[in-house]
Design a protein around this ligand. Sequence first.
Ligand code: A3P
Length: 290
Amino acid sequence: LYRFPLIKINGIPLMCHIANNWNSISAFLPDPSDLLIATYPKAGTTWVQEIVDLLLHNGDAEVARRAPTPQRIPFLEIHSPAPIPAGLDLLEKMDPPRVIKTHLPIQLVPKGFWENKCKVIYVARNAKDNIVSYYHFDQMNKTQPEPGPWDGYIHKFMNGELPWGSWYNHVKDYWLEREKKNILYLFYEDLKENPRREVERIMHYLDLSLSDDVISRIVELTSFKSMKENPMANYSCIPEEIFDKSISLFMRKGVVGDWINHFSPAQNQLFDEDYKRQMKDVNIPFRTKI
Ligand code: A3P
């Protein structure tokens, strides 16, 4: 019923309702004070959103118990028929400074973000854990195209056929622009390894200076355990017919290295060979274990 077909915009497959609303999305004009959190789907978007929201509110625990994430932090390109207000409709009702989330590859980000020199935080996750998380998500999220069997899914991922396109180009294109555009480029694995260090890195990027106690509280409120139990962060607000929680939870596992439990040795070899080919022109320090 809900599984939306994909339509390409500039060669990038997007869910049809995004593609059909493309003119409005690409014309969106942010305020210079707005902050964009950009990711390939399943790279740790929600985690970083929660950290940023708490940093901007001095670690006020009440913030983590306010409206659920999709309403606090609108998703730029997703709009109706989303089950709850989202996207441009919601953004227009909010006063800047706003925190906005997107999965768009850098070349599709509305030009206004660059013209207005908005801050942009990019979160990247190693390809193997990223695809595993996306595979589980595509099974439970009934708005995403049917993922099909795991073996075929690996090929779709390598070919850039999943919604929002190629993981390889996504992580590379933000990486190559990060200095020129003052993008804070974060890694999921770094956040897992040392969340406090990464929270402080984000704090400095936002020109904030919070006390050690507040930073500790933010680290605690944004641990996997806290967020999994927090109905305002764990997407339990999304109705069952959209997110089928009997298949998988949004806060599924939250670890580095779960790919080991999914890739056969042959799939792993194929994936590694293709990875070398697709990533040969850059050296992004991804880690598949910590
Ligand atoms: P898994 O499916 O591997 O568990 P996104 O928010 O970009 O959709 O990413 C979702 C992924 O980030 C899921 O990965 C989810 O469990 C993980 N995640 C969310 N919050 C996290 C946290 N606080 N700590 C670790 N992982 C987290």
